[in-house]
Design a protein around this ligand. Structure first.
Ligand code: ATP
Length: 201
């Protein structure tokens, strides 16, 4: 079966920058964030289950999920969070598995900010971690999202630690001070390595 690379890293580590580059090389990208939104799309069965369980107000007048309301609810209540995860995680996993099976490129990449936290690394053959110092994570998030240092620190605290993530890594890109062309070089050599691996299986 197809070689699947899991790509993960903390907030603003460079996942999108890196997947864009792999995509330019023709590699199919499976994005866990996009799938997580698709499973609760307008008129989806999961969205109906959410509104049956939590209330009609969890669907906005335009039919979309009321994300803010749901986020606040599960933030404040562990049992609700568990219920939601039990509903969504199997749907997300099945969707990911289907997409890896139908990928056309030599290998494919599953990009997931919470690859390790949500145990999605079980679905991949290798883990590629994009690592960056906390200082730069904070700087780059504040610059990109216009968010406060406190908010960024809270998000970092909610994710697995850098060392925990690195323990799971088969390959690492350190994105602390890479120029764009250095980053491209690293991605090109990983691409060669992954293609070589597909010939061994
Ligand atoms: P998130 O998990 O928050 O979606 P991400 O891991 O996808 O983030 P990116 O959006 O790719 O991260 O990168 C975060 C920011 O840092 C972006 O504004 C990006 O342009 C910038 N950035 C990425 N790599 C570098 C680099 N090597 N040098 C300078 N800036 C960089």
């Amino acid at each position: 079966s197809k070689l699947v690379i899991g790509l993960t890293g903390g907030i603003a580590s460079g996942k999108t920058t890196i997947t864009d580059q792999f995509n330019k090389l023709g590699i199919d990208i499976i994005d866990a964030d996009i799938i997580a939104r698709q499973v609760v799309a307008v008129n989806s069965p999961a969205l109906a289950q959410i509104s049956n369980h939590f209330g009609d107000e969890y669907i906005l007048p335009d039919g979309q999920l009321n994300r803010n309301l749901l986020r606040n609810r599960i933030f404040a209540n562990e049992a609700d969070k568990l219920w939601l995860n039990n509903l969504l995680h199997p749907l997300i996993r099945n969707n990911i598995i289907n997409q890896t099976k139908t990928a056309n490129s030599d290998y494919c990449i599953l990009v997931a900010p919470l690859l390790i936290e949500n145990k999605l690394n079980q679905l991949v053959d290798r883990v590629l971690v994009v690592d960056v110092s906390e200082k730069l994570q904070i700087e780059r998030t504040m610059l990109r999202d216009n968010s406060s240092e406190e908010v960024v620190k809270a998000i970092i605290a909610s994710q697995v630690t850098r060392s925990e993530r690195l323990k799971q890594a088969d390959d690492v890109i350190n994105n602390d001070d890479l120029t764009p062309s250095q980053l491209i070089q690293q991605i090109n050599s990983l691409d060669k390595k992954y293609i070589a691996l597909t010939k061994m299986v």
